[in-house]
Ligand binder design. Structure first.
Ligand SMILES: [Fe+2]
Length: 290
């Protein structure tokens, strides 16, 4: 078991039309805790390029990052050329990003982007997990921290982000890997014969209630994502008091219907599935008791 602590922070959507895509989220109870744009002197400019990015949040500490071309690095452009709009990475906060490089490589990660110190506000690098999903590792320095929203359910329907959903080829192996390498513990285990779904959480779950879902594809939409991208970060998980209501609101906000709210036999929770403008999935489930 790793004695390094990894705290789930955000997932990042690469989106070629972020200003258009953002409206759906904003109309669906999301706010903007932070916006960094390429016109800011020296911030997020590298020798290779620059980037705009916007953080979106909805009642929980787990946030979405919308990032737009041309991107800061060539390795990011290569990913975008291959995958187009989609979820590029999940970010984990650690105390010391540099100290995690060797353990992650020893556990089978490749390094996509070497360790960098960004503008005196954070240090980090990007690894690739053993099935090919990207992991951003970041530590804050000099008192910097990306802003949070209030960790409080939004609106009368009480919508909140819960975390990220990741589709796996070898679910058992990935559950073991995220446990042993990244110190995650299993909150909910609905597997049989290496198929199903597992909710994993980090050491801050009691206060922050963020979930990392590892699963095998369970419907045509998830199979299509695996066909297109391979094992991938497939979407964002939410919970709400009124799943039917937030589902209807999501349709009004421009999200696309995939599976209307129904009982998910894996979690025993009423769950609805939608697609957001970049093609990723949204799942809204009934409230998960902390
Ligand atoms: Fe990120």
């Amino acid at each position: 078991m790793s004695d390094l602590t990894y705290q789930l922070h955000h997932l990042c959507i690469y989106e070629k039309n972020p200003r258009d895509a953002m409206w759906n989220w904003l109309k669906w109870y999301h706010g903007i805790p932070a916006f960094y744009w390429s016109g800011m002197d020296g911030f997020h400019h590298t020798d290779e390029g620059h980037v705009d990015y916007t953080f979106l949040a909805c009642g929980g500490p787990f946030q979405l990052q919308l990032e737009s071309p041309p991107f800061q690095f060539e390795y990011e452009r290569k990913w975008f050329d291959k995958h187009d709009s989609g979820i590029n990475h999940i970010c984990w906060i650690v105390d010391d990003a540099e100290a995690t490089i060797e353990p992650l490589i020893a556990a089978g990660c490749e390094v996509a982007m070497g360790y960098e110190e960004f503008d005196g506000v954070y240090n980090g690098f990007v690894a690739i997990d053993p099935e090919g999903r990207w992991i951003e590792i970041m530590s804050y320095v000099n008192g910097f921290k990306t802003p949070d929203v209030e960790f409080y359910p939004v609106g009368a329907r009480k919508l909140q982000t819960l975390g990220a959903m990741q589709l796996c080829n070898d679910l058992d192996a990935m559950v073991d890997w995220y446990s042993e390498t990244m110190g995650q513990r299993i909150l909910l285990d609905r597997r049989s014969d290496n198929t199903g779904l597992v909710y994993m959480v980090d050491h801050t779950y009691d206060g922050r209630q963020c979930v990392n879902v590892l699963a095998t594809p369970d419907n045509d939409a998830e199979l299509a994502i695996m066909d297109r991208h391979g094992p991938a970060i497939s979407g964002v998980l939410y919970h709400a008091d009124d799943v039917e209501g937030v589902y209807a609101d999501a349709l009004s906000a421009g999200m696309e219907a995939v599976i209307a709210p129904t009982l998910d036999p894996r979690t025993k929770a009423v769950t609805g599935t939608l697609r957001e403008p970049s093609g990723n999935l949204i799942q809204v489930r009934e409230r998960l008791a902390a």
